[in-house]
Write a protein that binds this ligand. Structure first.
Ligand code: AP5
Length: 213
């Protein structure tokens, strides 16, 4: 099963991806996570991407498309995958279509998580992430059992560098100008399902499971 999670920053894509991995046993491909790992490793690509990410801007298409080509060719993607945070521009969406055609695979569903901008800021500035295992929490909506500690591995939770009010505003501007138009692109392909992303996390998960079967 090849799935895409689509939505604004903080819409809940990463949160829902974790439940899908568990149920369907397919990998999550988050371009944001891949870029953050490259920054941590100090690669040339990571250092270049960091400038864009810290400023709330999209990383250039050529970098992102290269990342996806490499990642989709890995063995664990053979039984399917969950795209999270990709594609974000028309050029990326078109490149994905070409790539999937070459691989003789298709996109089964695009799950769009619809959350209004006024709720996004609170979600993002309240997010705490685990730098070791990648788990994500929220101080109010999904607090860890022990304050400041990851439930899964016990590491100290951190706030992502781009999770501040000023950068979130820029990320939302990028989303509306470059990414939101892909909603119509995927609707026209007949694969898009629009979900109310303001519901409780577990209700959204159930709805997605019902859609995917
Ligand atoms: P990326 O890491 O992809 O960030 P994003 O798209 O901005 O998405 P987020 O990770 O912020 O949000 P999410 O939807 O996963 O929400 P989450 O589940 O954590 O990208 C970062 C940067 O990398 C970009 O700005 C760009 O520079 C670059 N980049 C990445 N991909 C790129 C690409 N393809 N092209 C170009 N550049 C690219 O939830 C958020 C919070 O809300 C959490 O605290 C969670 O607990 C809480 N929450 C989740 N669901 C609910 C709910 N239902 N109710 C209440 N709270 C909830």
């Amino acid at each position: 099963m090849n799935i895409m999670l689509f939505g604004a920053p903080g819409a809940g894509k990463g949160t829902q991806a974790k439940f899908l991995i568990e149920k369907y046993g397919i990998p999550q491909i988050s371009t944001g996570d891949i870029l953050r790992a490259a920054i941590k490793e100090g690669t040339a690509m990571g250092l270049e991407a960091k400038k864009f990410m810290d400023d709330g801007k999209l990383v250039p298409d050529s970098t992102i498309i290269g990342i996806i080509k490499d990642r989709l060719s890995e063995d664990d993607c053979k039984k399917g995958f969950i795209l999270d945070g990709f594609p974000r521009t028309l050029a990326q969406a078109e490149a994905l279509e070409v790539l999937m055609k070459e691989m003789n695979i298709k996109l089964d569903k695009v799950i769009s998580l619809n959350v209004p901008d006024e709720l996004i800021l609170g979600r993002i500035v309240g997010r705490k992430v685990c730098p070791v295992c990648g788990a994500s929490f929220h101080v109010e909506f999904n607090p860890p059992k022990v304050e400041g500690k990851c439930d899964l591995c016990g590491a100290d939770l951190i706030t992502r560098k781009d999770d501040n009010a000023e950068t979130v505003t820029k990320r939302l501007t990028e989303y509306h100008s470059q990414t939101a138009p892909l909603f119509d692109f995927y609707q026209s392909r007949g694969v898009l399902v629009d979900i109310d992303g303001t519901k409780k996390m577990e209700d959204i998960t159930k709805e997605i499971f019902d859609i995917l079967g």
